[in-house]
Design a protein around this ligand. Structure first.
Ligand code: ADP
Ligand code: MG
Length: 910
């Protein structure tokens, strides 16, 4: 027998679990030991050893090792050992960086694990999906990803999209009943599988299989998880690196030949050439990008932005438009009901909190109501509490206190119902939900159907019943007032239900617009009598012919930090765009408070009426979109992208997934977002806050800047080295640097100093300039030019100081060049830190890790100069104080030149 052929009770029995108790904690621990964690294991994850091995077997390193062995065989054991030592150091450093990046990415992945509501120890708990074991009872609802393979034990219109397993994109209805025959996976209508998405309804299920034993796990084991493809920047750097390697190889061949012609010995020239190759080829470039991106993602996490896909870090820096939800992102999503309008009455609630207790005397704000107004209010409050998914229960942590759980809009409505009307937990039990049409972003409505039962709070309603009470169901519908009015034929006015006249409609719209202009969100509530046989009707059939009860206005203040973030966006050349399902007047009021745009909003309805050209035109101008549905989001993203914009788009619902995927940066809400939206997103806002996106964009820009600085620094330094070796023979000098010296400089400069640039803090004007195009050349805007001239200038400096020593026949002329070279790199790194900003303004303390590297490098270089053992290995001569100062002076000329250039650039900009 298969699980789907069993009755739910038998399934529970077999798994030794129960619906109301769930598993005990000890049982969970036991089962975790037998079944392992509920996670898919990535088989091709690199172990630290593999990472180290990769470093040691990189092509350049291998060549170097061969060279060292040859050199050792030819008798120079000392050189061979030193080269080995340096190679190992270098590989160690590379490994350490790789490992750090890997750890950072792994940590991010762990955080992205969705949480699940599970029944354990007789209560509902939120746990990480990886802790599930067979026998766990879980609750699932629209927007969830199914966390394991489960048998459905309760389904309220549960509908699941199983494309990831079956390829079928049409959602499937799920039931709890046993199935008779053997059937293929796609027809097991009482099973739900890991990784599939709940698109509608809710239900409960018992976990059958977890981790690699799930259907998804078996596929994953078969095809293996694909390696993430390299990012755009990495691809471009890879390509560039290859071209550069060819160019450098040719140069080195020339140096090699010149050396031989000059009568240098073959072994020495061979080692020199290989060392130069190792030093000059920036084999670490693509790796540096990974490290910068991974560490950047870690920094973004500190700002509450969780990166799901590493390339996002890179794209963030180029974002030109941020399309954001209103509710919760630009506003606080702390809803408080402020006004109630019903039966020709309007009351404004006090701002002070009203206590939340079962027994309460009528609140002063409703004391003056006439009896007929009071009974209309009671019906409306009952409706608001019944057509509501929030829950009101005793707080386990504070006895005698009640707490509310659920969506902020719904908790606000339930609160006002509990404060002013009958106590909801009581009548909620008496009027159970028979059927429901959940809220969805397209309808913007929610309905629930209840059997009618005479009770005090519904007395006024019972008097108006069209048929015997026992044959009737009662439906409540709440949602966007404009939608509700379209579906209403009657209105509860004064003391009775009457047809909804045009004047009445107009009156209501006026009230609505007045409240909405204060930035309030307005919901309507309506009811309808139904015959008891109405089960199974579709939304179109149910939600019509409604009786409008009244409307509720609530305030949701803008986030205090949002206004600054919007302003920051605008100064940074990024257009903030508000997209909301809320009413245009409400949206506009909030947008004005945040100074998003002075143009009036466009509604979803307006959008549908535009043709492509008009849409394109409007999207360029309009920054507020209201009453939109998720499809409109997709259309807006597409249109913006066609105009060459780089778009970040937020979303929280299931239907937002296509827009999130389409956007250059899909941003899901961490708190209110569904698993489906999170899975489709590149980034998750852990605090749902708009300013987090802006902070992440800023971080993205910093990272891009720093990668460019890294390239500029390494390549210009390497260029200087190549120039001096190329030019020396032209003035008749022998090869001015020894192989070991070349490798040493490479270790210090590229290994220790350049890394410091990856933690360089933001330039001061980073959010005061327009975004760069993501397709721009890495060497554009002066980087290529700078590399060329700095390299040449450094080359001349080294040659000058060396030539002078060589002419005077000083034994230490090579040490001059070596020392100047080393110090010039230390100086240069400080100048290149600022793209235009002066070093003297930034100060040496603004990048402390780099300062540490500088001190360490200086110490190491002095050691090599003055420690007798190192002197022997590196063949250096001790320098006198004057000579050392001379080297330092010449080395600082590189730094000064760059500072002078930056000064010039700053003058020009003024
Ligand atoms: P936003 O796009 O700003 O996040 P929502 O999608 O949350 O806005 O809400 C859009 C509209 O849907 C609201 O203006 C309201 O009329 C309606 N609405 C929101 N939440 C509910 C709910 N729980 N029940 C019924 N209607 C709702
Ligand atoms: Mg929303």
């Amino acid at each position: 027998m298969e699980w789907y052929q069993l009755h739910p009770e038998d399934v529970l029995h077999h798994l030794d679990t129960s619906l109301d108790q769930g598993l005990s904690q000890t049982e969970v621990t036991n089962r975790q030991q037998t079944h392992g964690l509920n996670e898919l294991i990535e088989q091709d994850r690199e172990s630290p050893w593999q990472m180290l091995w990769k470093q040691l077997t990189a092509t350049m390193v291998l060549i170097l090792i061969v060279a060292a062995v040859l050199s050792g065989l030819l008798g120079d054991i000392k050189d061979a050992l030193a080269i080995f030592a340096i190679v190992i150091f270098n590989a160690g450093l590379g490994f350490f960086q790789d490992y750090q990046a890997e750890q950072a990415i792994a940590a991010l992945k762990k955080l992205a694990v969705p949480s699940v509501r599970v029944r354990r120890q007789n209560s509902w708990q939120e746990v990480g999906a990886q802790s599930l074991v067979p026998g766990d009872i879980i609750a699932i609802e629209a927007g969830n990803l199914v966390p394991a393979d489960c048998r459905v034990v309760d389904s309220a219109s549960l509908r699941i999209q199983e494309a990831s397993l079956t390829g079928e994109s049409e959602p499937v209805d799920k039931i709890r009943d046993a199935l008779g025959n053997q059937c293929p996976l796609a027809e097991r209508h009482n099973m739900v599988y890991m990784g599939t998405a709940v698109t509608y309804g809710r239900g409960q299920a018992v976990v059958i299989d977890t981790g690699m034993k799930t259907e998804l796990g078996q596929i994953a084991a078969a095809i293996q998880t694909a390696k993430p493809s390299p990012t755009l920047l990495q691809q471009r750097l890879d390509q560039f690196g290859q071209q550069l390697a060819i160019a450098i190889t040719i140069l080195i061949l020339i140096i090699f030949l010149i050396g031989l012609l000059q009568g240098e010995n073959l072994r020495f020239m061979f080692l020199t050439a290989v060392s130069l190759g190792v030093a000059a080829v920036p084999e670490g470039l693509p790796a540096i990008v990974t490290i910068a991106l991974a560490l950047g993602a870690q920094r973004m996490l500190k700002h509450q932005a969780l990166i799901r896909k590493l390339p996002a870090v890179e794209t963030l820096g180029s974002v030109t438009v941020i399309c954001s939800d209103k509710t919760g992102t630009l506003t606080e999503n702390r809803m408080t009901v402020t006004d109630l309008v019903f039966a020709d009455t309007e009351i404004t609630l006090p701002t002070a909190a009203i206590p939340l207790t079962p027994e309460h005397p009528p609140h002063p704000c409703v004391q003056h109501l006439q009896p007929h107004q009071q009974s209309a209010l009671d019906v409306m409050l009952t409706g608001l509490a019944l057509c509501n998914d929030a829950c009101l229960e005793l707080d386990p942590e504070h006895p005698d206190h009640y707490r509310l759980l659920g969506d902020p809009t719904e908790t606000a409505l339930l609160t006002v119902s509990a404060q002013l009307g009958p106590w909801p937990p009581q009548f909620r039990q008496d009027l159970p939900r028979h059927q429901e049409l959940p809220f969805d972003a397209n309808r913007k409505l929610m309905s629930t159907v209840h059997p009618f039962k005479a009770m005090p709070c519904l007395e006024a309603l019972a008097q108006q019943a069209p048929a015997p009470l026992s044959s009737l169901n009662l439906m409540f519908t709440k949602g966007a007032l404009d939608r509700l009015l379209d579906l209403s034929s009657h209105i509860w006015s004064a003391d009775r239900i009457e047809p909804l006249s045009e004047t009445k409609r107009h009156e209501i719209f006026q009230i609505h617009d007045r409240l909405a202009a204060e930035g309030k969100r307005i919901l309507g509530i309506a009811l309808r009598w139904l015959p008891q046989s109405s089960n199974g009707l579709s939304p179109q059939n149910l939600e019509q012919d409604l009786v409008l009860m009244g409307l509720v206005a609530m305030i949701d203040p803008p986030r205090p930090e949002a206004k600054d973030a919007v302003f920051l966006c605008q100064t940074a050349g990024i257009r903030p765009v508000m997209i909301t399902g809320d009413h245009p007047i409400t949206a506009n009021a909030i947008a004005q408070q945040l100074k998003i745009s002075s143009r009036p909003p466009l509604t979803g309805q307006d959008l549908t009426q535009l043709n492509e050209a008009q849409l394109s035109e409007s999207v360029q101008q309009v920054s507020i979109y209201a009453r939109v549905s998720p499809q409109h989001k997709l259309a807006i993203v597409r249109t913006l992208q066609q105009q060459g914009q780089i778009v970040a788009m937020t979303g929280d619902g299931i239907n937002d997934a296509p827009a999130l995927k389409q956007a250059d940066i899909g941003v899901a809400m961490g708190i209110t977002g569904t698993d489906v939206a999170k899975q489709a997103a590149d980034m998750i806002l852990l605090n749902d806050d708009f300013s987090t996106i802006v902070a992440a964009v800023r971080e993205g820009r910093v990272i891009y800047d720093n990668i460019r600085k890294f390239i500029k620094y390494t390549l210009s330094g390497n260029c200087g080295e190549l120039w001096v070796i190329l030019m020396a023979p032209l003035v008749g000098m022998p090869i001015p640097l020894l192989p070991l010296q070349i490798l040493w400089i490479n270790l210090l400069a590229d290994g220790l100093l350049a890394i410091g640039l990856s933690v360089e803090p933001a330039e001061r004007n980073i959010m005061r300039r327009s975004p760069y195009s993501p397709t721009e050349n890495l060497f554009s805007r002066g980087v290529g030019r700078d590399i060329a001239w700095i390299g040449l200038w450094l080359g001349c400096l080294f040659l000058g100081v060396g030539y002078w020593g060589w002419q005077l026949d000083l034994a230490q002329w090579q040490t001059f060049i070596f020392t100047t070279l080393a110090f010039s790199r230390i100086f240069l790194v400080q100048a290149i830190r600022g793209e235009q900003e002066s070093f003297f303004k930034m100060g040496v303390l603004s990048n402390k890790p780099l300062l540490g590297s500088v001190i360490l490098t200086t110490g190491l270089q002095l050691l090599v100069l003055y420690n007798p053992m190192f002197q022997k290995i590196f063949e250096t001569q001790p320098l006198s104080v004057v000579e050392l100062l001379l080297c330092l002076g010449v080395a600082s000329l590189g730094f000064l030149a760059v500072e002078l250039q930056k000064w010039g650039l700053r003058q020009k900009k003024r």
